[in-house]
Design a binder for this molecule. Structure first.
Ligand code: SF4
Length: 232
């Protein structure tokens, strides 16, 4: 089965089968995972690293993450021997703030563009297969997500975006995490449901919309999952 030509068949597969099927058709060197070390990313990483222990783990190093997130990233990188790739913006936090001010307050779209979208675009260029931990239930903006989608980057390059957990529920995420004994970010125990940069992350008011705690509810996406065009 060629997954690129049979996306509807892939929709019926469970998460592990999606990964097995995609990897069977891919060169290992063309595969990467974007990872903010949230619970979903840890599950995809748990499944993926069994088959590709050195898969590049792309972390968008904005400079604005919680200290707990940096500690967790470093602990998991050491414990799992991860091939961590920190995707860095062109400017440090200090340079950006002195030249452009506090963008996460004044212009969060620009801040995300400079610190997340541009570094991600550059980081994805060498790859053909992009694994994510996205789920449809996470946000109204993700409700039409497919397990595999062809995406075109602004450079014109296309790649296969693979979201094996697209149809998972929040309950399933925590069942798997418990069953496998996976470590998780400590902020979840404080009530956070979607964890990104510290200045733009709060405990959500609306439990039915876990991303409502991001950017004070003013926006739901930072742009890293909306900058590329679906190529189908
Ligand atoms: S999430 Fe906030 S701090 Fe992080 S890059 Fe976007 S605007 Fe900046």
């Amino acid at each position: 089965m060629l997954v690129r030509t049979n996306p509807e068949i892939v929709e019926s597969l469970d998460a592990e089968s999606v990964i097995v099927t995609v990897l069977a058709e891919s060169e290992a060197s063309t595969v990467c995972l974007t990872c903010s070390f949230q619970a979903e990313d840890m599950i995809v990483l748990d499944l993926l690293r069994k088959r590709l222990p050195q898969v590049p783990v792309l972390f968008l190093e904005t400079g604005y993450h919680f200290s707990e997130t940096y500690q967790f990233r470093d602990r998991m990188t050491a414990e799992w021997g991860l091939n961590l790739v920190n995707a860095l913006p062109k400017k440090t936090v200090q340079q950006q703030e002195s030249e452009l001010g506090i963008l996460y307050r004044e212009d969060p779209a620009k801040c995300c563009q400079l610190r997340k979208v541009e570094p991600l675009m550059a980081s994805l260029e060498p790859f053909e297969i992009w694994f994510t931990g996205l789920r449809r239930e996470q946000s109204p903006t993700r409700k039409n997500l497919k397990k595999i989608e062809q995406h075109r980057l602004p450079s014109g390059k296309t790649l296969l975006k693979v979201s094996p957990l697209a149809d998972w529920t929040w309950v399933q995420v925590w069942e798997y995490t418990g069953k496998r004994g996976l470590s998780y970010l400590p902020q979840y125990d404080q009530g956070y449901a979607s964890i990104g940069c510290e200045p733009c992350t709060a405990i959500p008011d609306d439990p039915a919309n876990p991303r409502s705690g991001r950017w004070s509810g003013k926006k739901l996406e930072c742009g890293i999952h909306t900058f590329s065009e679906k190529a189908e």
